[in-house]
Design a protein around this ligand. Sequence first.
Ligand code: E4P
Length: 220
Amino acid sequence: MKLFLDTANLEEIREINRWGVLGGVTTNPSLVAKEAEDPDRVWKEILAEVDGPISLETTEPEAGPMYDQGVRLSQMAPNAVVKVPMSPDGLTAGKRLVADGIRINVTLVFSPAQAILAAEVGAYIVSPFLGRLDDVAADGMDVLRKICDIYEVQGYETNVLAASLRHPMHIVESALAGADIATMPYDVFAKLVKHPLTDIGLEKFQADWTTLQDELKGEA
Ligand code: E4P
């Protein structure tokens, strides 16, 4: 399972990219708005920074302008993936983009039925939002499992991207469910690497090593 960052913040992207595990980035209009900068500049910097698929989201509500915007976004760099919403206009625009050979990510997916539609238009990625389902007392992980099962049974090639993830167990459970990609905010990514026993172990190894160095110095 590939690990993506869900952010438009370049510093966060650079930090995780340094670890050598960053497979790509997802952005959305809210995340880009948080940066309070020219969106084109923000997207271009991210596209240049990461060697992997970068999702850039359309904001036009109607199919025609959404398609035109999608074409423009796809031309920013070869690793650009165009996000379209799960809606009749999103599907219409998405289908045209796919026909042009442009990779699309169908976003705001909350049910297995919607995920079937995304696969049928030939999406490169489908993005079920787990955390937002959990927020309304639904079972986001159950929806993800069903989507993965349906895609397996039907032989759909669309990549399942588990989105709106809120904590490390969301990532572990998404991997077990068979998701192709998990996207998460920086703070969740940072939690993946942490374990108190790792910190305690590291501290002890370093202390013992320093003791040895001091003893050797004493003998010299
Ligand atoms: C995915 O592509 C979305 O940007 C994202 O995961 C939304 O997550 P949120 O519910 O934390 O806003």
